[in-house]
Every structure is written in structure tokens, then in C-alpha cells.
Design a binder for this molecule. Structure first.
Ligand code: GLA
Length: 377
């Protein structure tokens, strides 16, 4: 499909087709930019990119999700001026490759990760392009180096101060596993995440809410964490225990203290969650997820009524635990269920949303899937 569409659009078959997944983060939220630990997994939904090198320096970009739109520029015009639309995510990656990209490009993408659902469609797009360019231009960058490159393109070209989690999991995930990632050195451990053999499933609830705070709110949280670390005289909040934080309370503003308390505790929850996953104690895993939600809601203050309702209704309908995921102020929540409890819970959540006057949520489930790959070429 993508191949024939590419050929129809650009008059030649693509040299390469690659794919990269979106993600769900199990635990460790808003801690990646504090050098913390996170444990996301890749979902089945992914973005596909078909690419050809050109003989000139022109760049042409189109998307199956926006038929009829063709964006054109040249390699020499790339500059992070932060204007433009979705194509910036692609241009930023090309820009971040710098001199390694030596020719113009024709690019067609097929983005199958739901937009605005907090499932990291942007990292999927960036990483599908990054893995192809790495291959086409024999750049030989490692997966962690590609993750840093994609993050830099989003930070500097798109202007979103994201951490390293989404790009890392999109590139380094392995099917059947959650990815325990040390966001300081990008070392990883694959943690088997097999809910099905315990009769469980993780429900992903896309609240379809998207509150206006998103952009400024994210940057503001990150800034508070960084100023807290600075006042504590440490490189990042990862270097602080809860006891140290408590004893330095007077050095921080009340707001910085709340934000830091969330970060320090959520990093500890990641380690606790790993231990409990390893011993298949899903009851405790569920409790940890719910604690994380309360912390994101009360200390980090990035939840919203739709996310709170999704989690509360899940818990009231036999969920073992759940929480909001991703940047916050909308997007998706996750909730852990015994398989037989999922359908009634979905109905209860939909009903609660309608009663509250919210848009009906969308439900997904996904097994932990594999990371980015070249699928042809
Ligand atoms: C967004 C960012 C990530 C991370 C999460 C919150 O998805 O892109 O880097 O900070 O929010 O955990």
C-alpha cells in the first residue's frame, strides 16, 4: 500500500521502508528529563516511512493521512525556526543528521499511531525517519545515539523540550518486554511483561481530551524540576533520595518541593514495579500504578477531569490499578484488569464519560511490541 502510493506520487519505487512504534509508559512519568528511570513498552501501532534519495537537494514530504498535501523544501533551507506543521518532525530529524545526509529526499509517511492520544505519535514519526536515514546514508549510529539525535531534533527544531523516553523506547523496545531505561546513560534492561499468562490485560483509555496547558505546562514542570535540582546542588533530581529531599525542604519553594517529591517517589516506584513484575505480583504492580496517578494529580498537577474519571471508574470496576500516562493534561490512561473484567469496565467508563458530558473515550489494548526497524530496502 505505502509502496504503491509512494510510486504513484513520486514516479519511482521507494529505496527503503521503515517503521517505528508509539509507546505506553507503564511507570516513571515526568522523570526522564530528571535523569531518572522509566519503564515504557512499544505498542503495536506504528508509523511507516517510505524514502528515496534524490539526485538534487530537494526534499518532498507527504503523508497518507493528508492526501493531496505535498510539502517541499531543500536541504539548504533547513533551519530550526519552529514554524510549520507536522512536517517539522521529519525536517528536524534530517537537520539533526547534518552533513551525513548528502542528497535530497522524497518521503511518504503512513502514521498509524493515534494523534493527540499521548501515545507518542511524534517519536514514532521521528524514529521511523531516523532509522531509515541511518541506513540509507550508512551513518552507523547506535540506537541510543539515534534516540539522542531524534530528541535533539524535537528539542531544537520543533521546540518541544521533551525528555529521552519516547524516542528510546520507539527504537530499543523488544516484543514481549517492557524497557527499563536509565535516562542518564541510556542503558537498558528488557523486563518480560507477559500479562496474558496471568489472565490479565492492560486497558489503554484514550480520553480524547487535550487541554490547552499542554505546551507551556510541560516546559514549566521541567523548569521547576531543574531549578529544584540546582538549589539542592545536584545534577538532576535522580541524585536525590526522599530523605535528602525532606531534609532540604527549606531550600525549595513549596511548588518545587511538590514537583520534586513526585519525581523522587516515581523513580522509586519504577524500581519497585520491576521487582514486583519479576515475581508476577500484579496486585502490587496495580497499587503502584494507582499511587503514581495520585502523585501526578496532586503533586505534579498534570492530570485533568477526564483522566481522573478514567482511572477512578476503572478502580471502581475491579481494576487492579491505573494511572494517566505521558505528558499530561489529556491523552490516555492505563488500567490493569483481569481479562474477564475488561468489557464491563469499558462500558462503565463510557457511561461515566457520557454522564459527565465528556467525549466518549476510545479503548485500545496492546501487547508489548518491537522497536523501530527497516522492513524493506
Ligand atoms: C512526554 C515527553 C517524554 C516524557 C513524558 C512524561 O511524552 O515526550 O519525554 O517526559 O512526556 O513522562
Amino acid at each position: 500500500m505505502l509502496r504503491s502510493d509512494f510510486t504513484a506520487l513520486f514516479g519511482q519505487a521507494p529505496e527503503i521502508i521503515s517503521e517505528a512504534p508509539g509507546r505506553v509508559n507503564l511507570i516513571g512519568e515526568h522523570v526522564d528529563y530528571c535523569d531518572g528511570f522509566v519503564m515504557p513498552f512499544a505498542i503495536n501501532d506504528r508509523t511507516y516511512a517510505a524514502i528515496n534519495r534524490r539526485s538534487d537537494r530537494k526534499i518532498r514530504i507527504s503523508s497518507l493521512q493528508r492526501p493531496g498535501q505535498l510539502f517541499e523544501t531543500t536541504l539548504d533551507e533547513l533551519s530550526p525556526d519552529k514554524s510549520g506543521d507536522w512536517e517539522r518532525y521529519i525536517l528536524g530529524v534530517i537537520w539533526a543528521f547534518g552533513d551525513r545526509v548528502t542528497t535530497g529526499l522524497d518521503i511518504l509517511v503512513d502514521g498509524r499511531v493515534a494523534l493527540g492520544a499521548g501515545l507518542s505519535s511524534s517519536a514514532a514519526l521521528e524514529c521511523s525517519i531516523a532509522i531509515s536515514l541511518n541506513n540509507l546514508f550508512a551513518a552507523e549510529l547506535s540506537l541510543p545515539a539515534l534516540a539522542r539525535l531524534a530528541q535533539r531534533s524535537e528539542n531544537e527544531y520543533v521546540g518541544m523540550p521533551c525528555g529521552i523516553m519516547d524516542q528510546s523506547v520507539s527504537l530499543m523496545a523488544q516484543a514481549g518486554n517492557a524497557l527499563l531505561l536509565d535516562c542518564r546513560d541510556l542503558s537498558t534492561e528488557q523486563i518480560p511483561f507477559d500479562l496474558a499468562s496471568s489472565g490479565l490485560e492492560l486497558l489503554i483509555i484514550d480520553t480524547r481530551a487535550h487541554h490547552a496547558l499542554v505546551d507551556g505546562g510541560y516546559a514549566e514542570r521541567r523548569a521547576s524540576c531543574e531549578s529544584a535540582a540546582k538549589k539542592l546542588g545536584i545534577k538532576a533530581l535522580r541524585d536525590c533520595s526522599i530523605a535528602q529531599l525532606e531534609s532540604s525542604r527549606d531550600e525549595l519553594t513549596e511548588l518545587e518541593y511538590k514537583r520534586a517529591e513526585h519525581v523522587v517517589n516515581d523513580i522509586a516506584r519504577v524500581h519497585k514495579c520491576v521487582e514486583n513484575l519479576k515475581r508476577a505480583d500484579f496486585k502490587t504492580v496495580g497499587e503502584i500504578l494507582t499511587q503514581s496517578h495520585a502523585s501526578l494529580r496532586d503533586l505534579f498537577e498534570i492530570s485533568c477531569p477526564e483522566l481522573d474519571l478514567a482511572v477512578a471508574t476503572s478502580l471502581a470496576n475491579k481494576s487492579l490499578g491505573g494511572r494517566m500516562i505521558g505528558g499530561g493534561f489529556g491523552g490516555s490512561a492505563i488500567a490493569l484488569f483481569e481479562l474477564s473484567d475488561i468489557e464491563p469496565a469499558k462500558q462503565a467508563i463510557s457511561k461515566a464519560f457520557l454522564e459527565a458530558g465528556f467525549t466518549e473515550p476510545r479503548f485500545f489494548t496492546s501487547l508489548p511490541s518491537s522497536g523501530a526497524a527497516v522492513i524493506s530496502g
